[in-house]
Design a binder for this molecule. Structure first.
Ligand SMILES: Nc1nc2c(c(=O)[nH]1)N[C@H]1C(S)=C(S)[C@@H](COP(=O)(O)O)O[C@H]1N2
Ligand SMILES: [Mo]
Length: 326
């Protein structure tokens, strides 16, 4: 955790973006103080103050509106945890690697190519997509298949709004998302045996469900690179690996597309991957999860069917055997 031990604000208090900002201001102040009377601070302390991860940029704010689809009532996971406990295997296999290594991801210019079963192939520029619909603040529970979870205030709009612009044909039954891949930029991608680019997919009705979020930011700011800048999807009732990051291609297809984790270990990771406490992973239970960032004795909690979004999505799977289609 980058909060380290140098600050007079304990990391347990850094629970919101506002607190985080106060913390940054405090650091800036200390940095100025260090410049003025540097001899007072030791080398380690100085290194901590100049931690590049703590620099907030003025141009990262997004204009947002509140959303009727937000989930409330649970304590938000801190910005520090959301941005320093990541899975982004292109930038390394450890949770702390993406924050360290994703700085070189070139997020402008950025386009999404739309291809496959559409009236005609299209290319969207990220800056046009940001203006397509009002950006909403939407708090969602986020459940990783590794049995940890967070509560994250995302920024975006329903993927369905984007899909309408793509004019998919009636033969489009699934939509596939492909992530950016450049092995020169993502030098760490060889640490795993994943076949790149990262690929994920949804059935068309899942993609059109209003909860499925085309995501541009978190905590009211653009996505940090390690969280999938400049655009990703978030499907709150599915395990986290379904949410492809840094998307460059959206492909409409007539058959279930190949997806990264399903390719890697089909008996462990199904195509659907709905959060389901009644279907254990072959190597661990899915009945409970560990909420990141809480005191140790408060972390463990019961995993909810469809991650708690059953009212909105259970009907998508009516009549399906969810033990078979995990
Ligand atoms: N391109 C790409 N997308 C990805 C991954 C990845 O390794 N590469 N990891 C997935 C997994 S396993 C999870 S849990 C989430 C993590 O998102 P977060 O780091 O923003 O919490 O991203 C998903 N999307
Ligand atoms: Mo994950």
């Amino acid at each position: 955790m980058f909060i380290g031990n140098a600050s007079d604000i304990p990391s347990s208090e850094i629970t919101s973006r506002d607190t985080y900002r106060l913390y940054l201001n405090r650091r800036k102040f200390l940095r100025a103080a260090a410049a003025a009377g540097g001899a007072m601070l030791g080398g380690d302390r100085l290194a901590e103050l100049f931690d590049p991860r703590a620099v907030a940029h003025a141009d990262t704010k997004l204009q947002t509106v509140s959303s009727p689809l937000t989930t409330t009532g649970e304590q938000l996971t801190s910005y520090a945890d959301i941005t320093h406990y990541n899975n982004f295997y292109e930038f390394g296999v450890d949770k702390g690697d993406p924050a360290k290594n994703a700085g070189g991801l070139p997020t402008r210019p950025w386009t999404i190519k739309v291809e496959g079963k559409v009236a005609k192939p299209l290319t969207f520029d990220i800056d046009d997509l940001l203006k397509l619909r009002p950006l909403e603040d939407r708090v969602y529970r986020f459940r990783c298949v590794e049995a940890w979870s967070m509560v994250i205030p995302w920024v975006g709009y329903s993927l369905s709004e984007f899909i309408k612009q793509c004019n998919p044909l009636s033969t489009a039954k699934f939509v596939q998302f492909l992530s950016y891949y450049d092995r020169h930029v993502e030098k760490w991608s060889g640490e795993s045996t994943i076949y790149w680019p990262y690929s994920e997919g949804l059935r068309m009705d899942e993609a059109m469900n209003p909860l499925t979020l085309l995501t541009f930011g978190l905590y009211g700011e653009v996505l940090p690179n390690q969280d999938g800048a400049p655009v990703r999807v978030i499907i709150p009732w599915k395990y986290g690996f379904k949410s492809a990051k840094s998307i460059v291609t959206v492909r409409f297809v007539d058959k279930m597309p190949a997806t990264t984790w399903n390719d890697m270990a089909p008996n462990e990771y199904g195509f659907y991957s709905n959060v389901n406490p009644n279907v254990d992973h072959p190597r661990w239970s899915q009945k409970t999860e560990r909420r990141i960032g809480l005191p140790f004795y408060e972390q463990r909690r019961t995993t909810l069917m469809f991650n708690g979004y059953g009212d909105q999505v259970a009907s998508l799977y009516a009549g399906m055997n969810l033990k078979k289609y995990y």
